[in-house]
Design a protein around this ligand. Structure first.
Ligand code: SF4
Ligand code: SF4
Length: 290
């Protein structure tokens, strides 16, 4: 293997439900000397499949919130009238609706509003059976700013990786929004999981355009390729001139659904997939290391 300078692989998909996490989990189980990050912080689910124990938990502060001190408030009503997010009613701030703009705090004539850093969730540093580190996060209900949380969890994991592992494997968020951008920071390679549908191809193109901006190489896995062979061909035809290879075409298989229902990785649930994902993992290594 190469020296202990790790490479970072991010698994992405244009939308949720394409099999991204199934692929990310399978590759994570096969890779050795790795750290795993579930960066799909709005719908983290790798922890439902892995056996792990939590080493440390960290609070995540995603932004500020307003709070009214009733002892000081003269009930003038100004704050309620200026809040664009309708977060203030009857001289109380609804924490979920408050977007943390700070306007009410600045405008209150009685200095009755405090503006405080608010806990938006927690993220955990865990250890798997093979002693690999695994990170995942849980946002509190109604909390946003998931891009910032992705950055925070990645920073923590990267700090652990230096000189210790060869790989960081990131299960990225779906789509092309802010959390995806955050998940791509420091990425060496992206595996895109797609489906042979019109919308799958559309989402794939958007993702590849995004990766061009970041100048990150990628390969594609077409999941359930046999539900629409024609569309699978269209995907391959689109990828060729882009210089992007198809790592694998995986047929539709109910075993994938059953594995999820049983909270197991596809490799654990159906051992025949061990060999298949080992080949995919070997190919990824060849592409990255050559
Ligand atoms: S602006 Fe200040 S004083 Fe007026 S209602 Fe709001 S909190 Fe109370
Ligand atoms: S901080 Fe902004 S969003 Fe929150 S209650 Fe005040 S004005 Fe509304």
């Amino acid at each position: 293997m190469f020296d202990k300078k790790y490479k970072q692989i991010v698994i992405l998909s244009g939308k949720g439900g394409t099999g991204k996490t199934t692929v990310a989990t399978a590759l994570s189980e096969i890779a050795e000397d790795k750290i795993i990050i579930d960066a799909d912080v709005d719908a983290a689910n790798m922890h439902l499949v892995f056996d792990y124990y939590i080493n440390s938990e960290y609070d995540y502060y995603g932004g500020k919130k307003a709070e009214i001190n009733s002892d000081r408030c003269s009930q003038c009503g100004i704050c309620e009238s200026v809040c664009r997010f309708d977060a203030i009613k009857d001289f109380k701030v609804n924490r979920t609706s408050c977007e943390g703009c700070g306007f009410c705090f600045r405008i209150c004539p009685d200095s009755a509003i405090s503006f405080y850093e608010s806990k938006s969730g927690v993220y955990s540093e865990c250890e798997l059976e093979d002693q690999s580190k695994f990170y995942f996060a849980q946002l509190l209900a109604g909390e946003g700013n998931s891009g910032k949380l992705v950055s925070e969890i990645k920073k923590k994991a990267n700090g652990q990786a230096k000189g210790k592992v060869n790989w960081i494997i990131v299960d990225g968020p779906p789509g092309i929004g802010c959390p995806v951008n955050a998940s791509l920071s420091g990425a060496d390679f992206v595996v895109i999981v797609t489906e042979p549908t019109q919308s799958g191809l559309h989402d794939l193109k958007r993702l590849i355009n995004l990766l061009k901006i970041f100048k990150i190489p990628s390969s594609v896995i077409v999941n359930k390729f046999d539900i629409n062979i024609e569309m699978s061909k269209s995907i391959e035809e689109y990828l060729k001139p882009e210089g992007i290879s198809v790592l694998a075409k995986i047929p539709f298989d109910k075993q994938f659904i059953k594995a999820i229902q049983n909270s197991k990785s596809i490799i654990e649930y159906d051992h025949t997939y061990g060999k298949r994902f080992k080949i995919i993992w070997d190919d990824i290594q060849k592409i990255i290391l050559n």
